[in-house]
Design a protein around this ligand. Structure first.
Ligand SMILES: *Cc1c(COP(=O)(O)O)cnc(C)c1O
Length: 395
């Protein structure tokens, strides 16, 4: 009988632990674009690298196993994975989608798919009544992101799956924020799990990649056909980079999530912080649902300072994190949604969604908790002092 290992062990001990041919303990990078055939009616396992590449396949098998699926697919970016999965839809179909969906997905839905006759409705996915009342005759897909970006709102995955199944429509979950280390949507009945592997899965801010996983074999076949048709596959070397990053996924997330929890608690107590958004806080509105469907709260949190000026001072004083878009890396990343990820959204729309001018998002890396706290403390103090001074001087 095959032994079942824990997630953490499976990251290392899987069928690609070593290469059958050479014993090499790292998956070989196969750069070939085409593969020799011994005769015109004899086909090997591979013919052309868009259709199948051994290095990419190793990654695809790895993610399928980790998500508890049957097939995995690797793409050139998270958006390539998401856009290809949308091609499962047809003209006249309708999509229900979470209103705080990732910006690139928002753009795909509202400016590309609409031209192909695919309709959409944005809903507050945390409100199951709102979801149910917006399902239409032609709704074929419900698209979930949980926790969402940047407000870490939590959707009840099983609740949505139940509604979807009753109406014969598919469910997709963008699992980028938690990864299968902390949340396994296929186990909860979801049809397609999507990832920007650019973030936690690879983890080092050095590769763009996307993944999709299915459990149902028929759906897997359809998605494979789309991957091969659309052709936005992940290159061999980038596949290898993601495979290497995956090996430390568990230990990275464990460390970063622990720090995130402590940091969220620290910020919640700080007089200059107005609000903290983190599903690991007991007063987070999605805390109970989250702890039921996930095994950890992840390494991303958001918090609100008084206003834009305070944010500016604070950001200028912070020394440790890089100030950038993206998340899920070994180094902490600080970002300002109002002017970065959500800059394209009209201010009014942004405010309505709670993405205020005082909101910052923090993706916790592997630095020591003490160093991070110290950095936050000094930056907040200095920001307070400058604001105070400018007030005295009547500036
Ligand atoms: C980054 C991100 C994406 C897009 O992935 P890319 O690799 O940048 O194309 C999609 N969803 C979420 C939640 C993300 O954070």
């Amino acid at each position: 009988m095959e032994q079942t290992y824990s997630f953490q062990t499976k990251l290392l001990h899987n069928r690609h632990k070593y290469d059958e041919g050479t014993g090499a303990v790292s998956v070989p990078v196969q750069h070939a674009s085409t593969f020799h055939q011994t005769s015109f009616d004899q086909f090997g396992d591979y013919d052309y690298s868009r259709s199948g590449n051994p290095t990419r396949q190793a990654l695809e098998e790895a993610i399928a196993e980790l998500e508890g699926g049957t097939r995995g697919f690797a793409f050139s970016s998270g958006m390539a994975a998401i856009s290809t999965a949308f091609l499962l839809l047809s003209q006249g179909d309708h999509v229900l989608i979470t209103e705080d969906v990732y910006g690139g997905t928002y753009r795909m839905i509202t400016t590309v798919l609409n031209r192909f006759g695919i309709e959409h409705t944005f809903v507050d996915m945390t409100n199951l009544h709102e979801v149910a009342s917006n399902i239409k005759e032609n709704t074929k897909l419900i698209y979930i992101e949980t926790p969402s970006n940047p407000l870490l709102k939590v959707t009840d995955i099983q609740g949505v799956v139940k509604l979807a199944k009753a109406h014969h429509c598919l469910t997709f979950v963008d699992n980028t924020f938690l990864t299968p280390a902390l949340q396994r949507p296929l186990d909860l009945g979801v049809d397609v799990v999507l990832h920007s592997a650019t973030k936690f899965l690879s983890g080092h801010s050095d590769v763009l990649a996307g993944l999709a996983v299915t459990k149902d074999e028929e759906l897997g076949k359809r998605l494979y056909q789309l991957q091969n048709s659309f052709g936005a596959v992940l290159g061999a070397h980038d596949s290898w980079l993601v495979l290497r990053g995956l090996k430390t996924l568990h230990v990275r997330l464990q460390q970063s999530s622990r720090t995130a929890q402590l940091l969220a608690e620290f910020l919640q107590e700080h007089e200059l912080v107005e609000k903290v958004y983190y599903p690991g806080l007991s007063d987070h509105p999605g805390h109970v649902v989250h702890s039921y469907q996930s095994s950890g709260s992840g390494a991303v949190l958001s918090f609100e300072l008084r206003n834009e000026e305070m944010v500016r001072q604070f950001v200028e004083q912070m020394k440790i994190p890089v100030f950038a878009v993206s998340l899920g890396a070994v180094e902490s990343i600080l970002s300002y949604p109002a002017k970065m990820s959500h800059a394209a959204m009209p201010r009014e729309e942004r405010m309505k969604r709670g993405i205020t001018d005082g909101l910052l998002r923090f993706s916790v890396g592997l630095e020591s908790f003490e160093d991070l706290i110290q950095d936050f403390q000094q930056a907040l103090e200095k920001a307070k002092a400058t604001i105070h001074l400018s007030r005295i001087n009547g500036l």
